[in-house]
Design a protein around this ligand. Sequence first.
Ligand code: PGA
Length: 259
Amino acid sequence: MEVVVCKSKEEASALAAEIITKAVKKNPKTVLGLATGSTPVLMYDAMAKAVKAKKVSYKEVKSWNLDEYVGLAPTHEQSYRYFMNENLFKKIDIKLSNTHVLNGLAKNPEAECKKYERDIKKAGGIDIQVLGIGSDGHIAFNEPGTSLKSRTSVVYLTPSTIKDNARLFFKGKEKEVPTRALSMGVGTICEAKKIVLLAFGKNKADAVKGMVEGGVSQFCTASALQMHNDAWIFCDEEAASKLKLKDYYAWRSATKLQG
Ligand code: PGA
């Protein structure tokens, strides 16, 4: 696990976007795993800037998103499909038919999840998986107590995640946040060839500490990334503030990024 400690979320987002831009330039058929939430927005803006500047094209890129709320239509303003269309897909030249988000209205959610896994495999697996981290240490919607080998499935949100998401996206109305979601599993995520996780703000400091320096545990599902051999964590100073070896990680990752 490489922890890149940046002065600001802007700097971290630009560095993470650069990794994706470079990968897509090298392999125009890159398969991306994408995330929603407030965290990746600046990175998506930086990716869009690179497309506008004609530095890169997403015409042949395929994407699979991490999760979707059960019960929300793709046109619902709080759905993750809507979020992706607005925050990234409309701003880059990716074909909408090449973008995949789990269907929160699927009549048979289990079958939907199984098909998602099959489709990712058929595409050759995910080359780069973008992640945020929940304040409770979740990745995608894999809450504490989820098996670290879990596959894409129907999952149940914790009260703390419902609270976080209500504050950020549902105008504070907790009752409007769906309590279930379809989510890629921890096992699914860990199969991605490369991981790019972003974490900003002091609200994420405990989760980052658990992920990087805690034991590997289903209590902090992000800690499973300790077992991944190409996982990059881009943090701002606040999110990294509780790390014991913060300065060492910062030096090591900066040296590796330069080389
Ligand atoms: P956030 O969510 O980016 O809105 O903080 C992250 C997550 O829950 O994974």
